[in-house]
Structures are given as structure tokens and as C-alpha cells.
Design a binder for this molecule. Structure first.
Ligand code: SF4
Length: 185
């Protein structure tokens, strides 16, 4: 009978804020490799599990796709920061704001009017349900609100970068991501 202690699984939380889910799709592109890794990882809050909050006891890695476009995004980010040992900004939107930040040169009131008060609409009105989170004046990258430990460059980062991040964490070493896997096109 083996007396080896089974390795503790790496706990991972993921979320998409002002992103397009492309980074999550790239993560899933790890494909068969994910089948190997799944022996060693387990998902906490994530679109993959539909768990709504990061566990209060915390997780090892938090992967965040997308920047911050509304107040709910900021709350989610702060929860990840408080409960993830290593917080990772995944992709161009999380690192710089990305495509959603193209709105930053236009006042929010003008954007909302353009989207909801168009001339051809019948009874146009701006949605005002209290459950809708207020928009921020500008779309922000994650590091402008909380400290970030690791960035994965790309739009999206390649699957190989996610795999290396996880393998490095399991081996308790720094991730080594080659330059060819750190680009934005
Ligand atoms: Fe989508 Fe690219 Fe932004 Fe990732 S970095 S959320 S793939 S637009």
C-alpha cells in the first residue's frame, strides 16, 4: 500500500468582466492537456461551474478576463483580489482595457443616449432597473484598482500560456512563457 500523500489540488477561480469570453475559450483550447491537468486542479467560481462567488477560504489562482466597465466589475475584482493568492490579468482587456476602452473618449451620457434614445425607436428610454450596475466613466484595466501578480498577454493569450501557468504553479516555480506566446495578434 502506497504511503505517498496525494498532492493537494490547485484551486482556480475564473471570471469574465468587460471581456468577450475569447480568453476563456483559449483556456479551454488546452484541450486534451486539460484532461491531464484536471487530475491536479479544481475550479471554484467560474463560468465553468456557475459558482457565483470565490470561496471564502480562498483559492490558489484567480484568472480574470476583461477590464472594468461598471461598479459590479469592481466588486468582483476586489473579491478575487481578497480571496486569490495569485491574481492573473488575462489578455489585452484585463491588462489595458482593450476594445471596450475605445469608449473612453466619449462621455457616458452621450454613449447611453446613442445606444438607447435612437431616432427610429418607439418610446425610447434608458434602462433604469436598480439591478443594473452603474457604468464607470471610463473602462479601466485591472491594475488601476488592485495589485495584479501575473499578466498573460494576448488577445487572447494562447492555450500554451495557460498550461504553462498551471504547470508552474503545480511545480511551485515561476512560469516561463516564451516571447512567441506573448503577443497581441
Ligand atoms: Fe476577448 Fe481579446 Fe479581450 Fe480576451 S483580450 S476578452 S479575447 S477581446
Amino acid at each position: 500500500m502506497s504511503t505517498a500523500t496525494p498532492q493537494k489540488k490547485l484551486r482556480i477561480a475564473t471570471c469574465s468582466l468587460a471581456g468577450c469570453f475569447g480568453c476563456h475559450m483559449s483556456f479551454l483550447d488546452v484541450d486534451e492537456a486539460l484532461a491531464d491537468l484536471i487530475e491536479h486542479i479544481e475550479f471554484d467560481r467560474s463560468p465553468l461551474t456557475d459558482i457565483k462567488h470565490v470561496s471564502a477560504e480562498g483559492v490558489d489562482i484567480g484568472l480574470i478576463e476583461g477590464g472594468l466597465c461598471n461598479k459590479e466589475n469592481v466588486e468582483v475584482l476586489r473579491e478575487f483580489r481578497a480571496r486569490c493568492t495569485t491574481l492573473v490579468a488575462v489578455g489585452a482587456c484585463a491588462m489595458y482595457g482593450g476594445v471596450p476602452a475605445l469608449r473612453n473618449g466619449i462621455p457616458v451620457s452621450e454613449l447611453v443616449a446613442e445606444a438607447y434614445l435612437g431616432t427610429d425607436l418607439h418610446n425610447p428610454q434608458v434602462p433604469c432597473d436598480p439591478e443594473l450596475p452603474p457604468l464607470l466613466n471610463k473602462v479601466l484595466p485591472l491594475h488601476e484598482v488592485v495589485p495584479i501578480d501575473v499578466t498573460l498577454a494576448g488577445c487572447p493569450p494562447p492555450a500554451a500560456a495557460f498550461r504553462e501557468l498551471i504547470l508552474a504553479a503545480l511545480a511551485q516555480r515561476a512560469a516561463v512563457i516564451p516571447r512567441t506566446d506573448r503577443h497581441f495578434d
